[in-house]
Design a protein around this ligand. Structure first.
Ligand SMILES: O=C(O)CCC(=O)C(=O)O
Length: 391
């Protein structure tokens, strides 16, 4: 991978950190170097039997993340960018408004499910709070934003598949679904989808955390029990704007992050590295990894198209964590109902890319032809994220 020169952003970032500026600059530079030395990136490769290359599986298992390079091609990226522009035009004028700048009903108006998370510019709205079951244990430094920054900006969009056909089609990407089957079994189940939006000078921090909630004390605990997220990068991802992870922590159980920060003497966790990506790269990120992102004080935007998958046994008849949706026991009918998004995604993708071989999702094999992506399907998925499988 050729890494882009982001030295101007590193300087801009350091300038926001006052007395910690030199430490932050060095942390970003060192992290970049360490990340580039890890043997956990490359194109998706399957062997002659159609199995995911064992080097990919082994590196994913060892580090807890793997960067699949060049998965989303330019045509698909342009579709996503066009949808992003439309979604942004439809954002409410401010937090709490139901109207966009044209005075029309805004994105999320009338939805029952939560659609947008807002933050003060460069804030860390989750860190050190009880939100999301208190999993963001410490608050990260909140750099000062420019005087002309808006009072609040959107940093997460939830239930993204109902707002973007392009994101829905990426959700149906045959190679990525195959990777999901290789990691979680071919009866894998959905999790949740979102966009993380980190605009330069605005994008909020997401404090260090692990995503898993339900199975830490399970008798069957292992490194994959809380599933994984794909994070597809629209503009790439850098040391300044990207997600940082502490490799290997997905194997260690629930971590005391407050202590990790205390032991390090700062929020700059010692062994962490940034996920460095070009546009079109897709990260597989284990949900048990300690990870987080700093406020985007640099000049490059980041938008991550996130979508995750679980093992069926991790969700079937399990009581959810109540983070992404109301806590409920996920029976097989509920999982089937939530899985229709995969059926629609496969069909939507086939319509847009007819020459591609569609993924054959085993749990819907008998009924895939019922999932035709059209306007009534679009109506059918309104508020679909009320059924996110939150564990
Ligand atoms: O993209 C980010 O900045 C944070 C992502 C994250 O924390 C997550 O997907 O759990």
């Amino acid at each position: 991978m050729k890494i882009n020169d982001i030295s101007k952003s590193i300087e801009a970032c350091a300038a926001h950190y006052g007395e910690h500026g030199d430490a932050m600059r060095q942390y970003l530079i060192n992290g970049q170097e360490k990340a580039m030395q890890l043997p956990n990136r490359g194109p998706i490769r399957f062997d002659a039997n159609g199995k995911l290359d064992t080097e990919i599986l082994n590196a994913y298992s060892k580090y807890g993340f793997y960067i699949l390079e060049n998965v989303i091609n330019d045509e698909e990226l342009k579709d996503i960018e066009a949808d992003l522009a439309t979604m942004r035009e439809n954002f409410p004028t401010h937090n709490g408004s139901q109207l966009n700048a044209k005075g029309e009903p805004a994105l999320g108006a009338g939805a029952q499910a939560l659609s947008l998370l807002w933050s003060k510019p460069l804030g860390d709205p989750l860190g050190g709070t009880e939100l999301a079951n208190g999993r963001h244990q410490v608050k990260l430094f909140e750099p000062e934003a420019a005087d002309d920054a808006p009072a609040e900006a959107v940093f997460v969009l939830l239930g993204s598949l109902q707002y973007s056909d392009a994101c829905l089609r990426t959700y149906g990407h045959p190679q990525l679904l195959k990777v999901a089957a290789e990691i979680n079994g071919e009866d894998f189940a959905p999790f949740h989808e979102s966009l993380f939006i980190k605009d330069p000078g605005l994008g909020a921090a997401v404090s260090w955390h692990q995503d898993g909630d339900t199975h830490w004390d399970s008798a069957n605990f292992d490194e994959n029990i809380h599933g994984f997220n794909f994070m597809a990068q629209v503009y790439g991802s850098t040391a300044v704007n990207g997600v940082w992870v502490v490799p290997g922590t997905h194997k260690l159980g629930k971590m005391d992050i407050t202590k990790m920060v205390q032991d390090t003497g700062s929020e700059r966790l010692q062994d962490a590295v940034p996920m460095l990506c070009n546009p079109g790269d897709v990260v597989i990120s284990n949900r048990q990894l300690v990870h987080g992102s700093f406020a985007n004080t640099g000049f490059e935007p980041r938008v991550s198209v996130n979508f995750g998958f679980h093992r069926r046994s991790s969700v079937l008849d399990v009581k959810g964590a109540g983070i992404h949706s109301d806590a409920a026991v996920y029976d097989k009918d509920l999982i089937l109902q939530r899985s229709r998004l995969i059926g629609y995604a496969i069909d939507a993708r086939q319509q847009r890319f007819p020459n591609e071989t569609a993924y054959d999702y085993k749990p819907l094999a008998a009924e895939q032809s019922n999932y035709h992506w059209d306007t009534s399907a679009k109506a059918d998925i309104k508020d679909y994220n009320l059924l996110d499988l939150s564990i």
